[in-house]
Design a protein around this ligand. Structure first.
Ligand SMILES: [Zn+2]
Length: 203
């Protein structure tokens, strides 16, 4: 997923310049602004079930009826076995909602290296990833009496490559994964590569 949503109070200063805004939704007590989305499509409601990217979305992590067992089964589909978890976690067909920020922060909190393959991870590890991602997303949007984003969870690794890990003080590394042109940052101490690692990071 690319792009980011900010929710502001009317009149509040935006944290990105207006030229980077792609869509602005304004209601009486809030302004939701999308920045940097490469594509925005406006659909009629009846077209939604026929729209392939939406029709094939996995369970929404913010949905009250979210089913973690369903997501675990999706991770276990053979097509995903040899993908890195850093790529698979952002596949919206498996579960919908994790973008680049929460990919970084979920894997760091779970102490899982982004280059481990899905097949290498046991069910408990995949479950921990699903639960952590959901909790982070819920915490980032649930801000009673405060529409500002300043209360979102702390960033441990996202955009911090080259800086010391908050947990162990090791310098955070960064490299590109197979399916994303952006850099992925991780802590080599807290998120170690395993013996027999099948997929090595590209520099
Ligand atoms: Zn660390």
């Amino acid at each position: 997923m690319y792009g980011t949503w900010h929710v502001y109070q009317p009149g509040e200063a935006w944290r990105f310049p207006e030229r980077d805004a792609r869509l602005v939704l304004q209601v009486h007590d809030a302004v939701a602004v999308n920045f940097h989305a490469p594509v925005i499509e406006l659909l009629e409601e009846r077209a939604v079930p026929l729209h392939r990217p939406i029709a094939t979305l996995g369970p929404d992590l913010l949905d009250e009826a979210f089913d973690a067992d369903d997501v675990l089964r999706r991770f276990r589909q053979p097509a995903h076995a040899n993908r890195t978890i850093g790529d698979a976690i952002m596949d919206q067909r498996i579960m919908a909602g994790v973008g680049n920020i929460w990919k970084h922060e979920t894997l760091f909190r779970c102490r899982i290296n982004p280059w481990r393959t899905v097949a290498e991870l046991d069910d408990d590890s995949v479950r921990a990833i699903i639960d952590t991602a959901r909790n982070l997303l819920l915490a980032s949007v649930h801000r009673p009496n405060n529409l500002n984003l300043t209360h979102r969870p702390k960033m441990f690794v996202y955009m911090r490559a080259g800086q010391p890990c908050f947990r162990c003080h090791t310098r955070l590394r960064r490299a590109r994964q197979a399916e994303d042109i952006r850099f992925t940052a991780w802590c080599p101490e807290c998120q170690p590569l395993q013996e027999g690692q099948a997929v090595l990071p590209r520099q």
